[in-house]
Write a protein that binds this ligand. Structure first.
Ligand SMILES: Cc1cc2nc3c(=O)[nH]c(=O)nc-3n(C[C@H](O)[C@H](O)[C@H](O)COP(=O)(O)OP(=O)(O)OC[C@H]3O[C@@H](n4cnc5c(N)ncnc54)[C@H](O)[C@@H]3O)c2cc1C
Length: 460
């Protein structure tokens, strides 16, 4: 319970206009991108690290739960303030502090929108590759906290591969710095990476040093349809073994193809078991050669349709299909649970078939798409939230999917994190001793358990 004196103290610390308490305002911060909801007692919107530190210090002293929040796009229930308390919105800390073109480094505040940084560095011929599909709204602080990935992960890696250093406000209000601009740095424990992916449970990220790379000169794409899922899956390794590392390889299963085709009406191959969308990028001559190699390998691997896109417009047509998946799904059912399992590549065909079986057994439409090159699949369970019986089947189907993934050596999450939604399955994936080490870290940094409490671990 936030005491009235604490509300007044917070107003004095960050300014009255940056503290929200009305029911309408609190409601806006009770959601994220899941179907979960819980009201905070107060929302604080700081502009500076000092204001963040003062707010956290007060929360620790008064033992008030505090939930850091970026754009609220996470798909794990990570920003739901399930114990009430303070939501700390970082969306006013939006400065790109530096783009250092010599060292190829950007220094940013956590509320910078990912797509904005990408656009700003592109103007200087540089590239920040991590590209969650939500990048037009999502914040870099949220990306760091969730270790967000995206389609370009195969060639370019995920957020953690670009975080060189951080400024973090610890749960006791102390401000620390980790890492820096030096490319090689093995001094002491790698605390930077401890905070990456910690889902706002270990501290508040208030500044981020990010690695940049040169902008690729050009790109081209291939769209290939397969009547047999195994042919699509084995193609990935054939491409990699041929010495080509595509920037992106995405898969859409039959139901996804049909749903997107109903939505777009652009004549996608509706009977195909799988569609692969492959993008290569780099210097112009290499791109042309790699496009030829990839198209040839698609044909060799029994693709029933192969289209090569060289111009920007042609590529746009190919990738429109991928981008249309999310909007097309709402036409099937009003709600979706977007899952995010990651499995060893060779297990993909079996896992896809198992999920199709789960869909039949639980009588729920499940579309499967995702980043096939990383084994990171997004089975999306489509349902109607107003039907309690259907919600029970959705939960059972999600459990079945996690069992299928972990049974083949996969993991519960490739990029969306654990939050609230997956914590009850954590033990399927991690040994008890490993969970206990994680809890020990949490207890050491946050003995009063104020920082995003109730997330990641079951029963905390
Ligand atoms: C349509 C759509 C597509 C998506 N596609 C992808 C995708 O391709 N890949 C992917 O990885 N994810 C994807 N996501 C999920 C989501 O966008 C990511 O998890 C993203 O990183 C969340 O950023 P955010 O700013 O919205 O953070 P929020 O949702 O506000 O917060 C996420 C977590 O980070 C913590 N947090 C936020 N800011 C800070 C901070 N400054 N310091 C400490 N902790 C903090 C919060 O407490 C919470 O636990 C998608 C979501 C949607 C809705």
């Amino acid at each position: 319970m936030v005491k009235p004196e604490s509300v007044e103290e917070l107003k004095a610390l960050v300014g009255e206009e940056n503290v929200l308490t009305s029911p309408e305002e609190l409601l806006c911060y009770s959601y994220d991108s899941t179907v979960l909801q819980h009201l905070p007692e107060i929302v604080v919107l700081p502009y500076t690290t000092q204001e963040v530190a003062a707010t956290v210090k007060l929360a620790d002293r008064e033992k008030i739960p505090i939930v850091p929040r970026g754009a609220g796009t996470n798909l794990a229930g990570g920003t739901i303030p399930i114990q009430g308390g303070i939501v700390l919105s970082l969306t006013r800390m939006t400065q790109i502090l530096e783009i250092d073109t010599i060292n190829m480094v950007a220094v940013v505040q956590p509320g910078v929108v990912t797509g904005k940084l990408q656009a700003e560095v592109a103007r200087k011929g540089l590239y920040y590759p991590p590209d969650p599909a939500s990048l037009k709204v999502t914040t870099l602080g949220g990306n760091v906290a969730m270790n967000a990935g995206g389609p370009h992960a195969l060639k370019y890696g995920v957020t953690s591969d670009y975080v060189m250093g951080l400024e973090v406000v610890l749960p006791n209000g102390q401000v620390i710095r980790t890492g820096g601009k030096a490319i090689k740095n093995v001094t002491g424990y790698n605390l930077t990476q401890l905070f990456v992916g910690s889902e706002g449970t270990l501290g508040v990220v208030t500044e981020i040093i990010l690695r940049l790379i040169p902008q690729p000169q050009s790109s081209g794409s291939v769209l290939a349809a397969f009547s047999d899922l195994d042919d699509a899956a084995t193609l990935v390794n054939r491409i990699l073994k041929a010495g080509v590392t595509p920037a992106v390889i995405e898969i859409m299963d039959n139901m996804t193809i049909q749903t997107v085709d109903d939505y777009l009406g652009t004549g996608l191959p509706r009977d195909a078991a799988a569609l692969l969308l492959i993008q290569v990028d780099g210097v112009r001559q290499a791109v042309e050669q790699e496009l030829k190699t990839v198209a040839q390998l698609c044909n060799d691997n029994k693709a029933t349709q192969v289209e090569v896109a060289r111009t920007e417009d042609e590529e746009e047509t190919v990738w429109e299909a991928r981008r249309s998946i999310s909007p097309s799904l709402t036409r099937v059912r009003p709600n979706k649970l977007g899952e995010d399992i990651s499995v060893p590549r060779e297990a993909i065909p079996d896992v896809v078939r198992r999920i199709e079986e789960i869909s039949r057994q639980r009588d729920l439409p499940i579309v499967i798409f995702g980043h096939i090159s990383d084994g990171n699949l997004h089975p999306n369970i489509l349902f109607d939230q107003t039907d309690p019986e259907e919600i029970e089947r959705v939960e059972a189907a999600a459990g079945d999917i996690f069992e299928a993934a972990t049974a083949v050596g996969g993991t519960l999450s490739g990029e969306h994190g654990i939050g609230l939604l997956k914590q009850k399955y954590l033990r399927l994936d991690l040994p008890t001793e490993t969970i206990e080490v994680m809890r020990t870290v949490k207890r050491a940094l946050d003995p009063n358990n104020i920082m995003n409490p109730g997330k990641i671990f079951p029963d905390n």
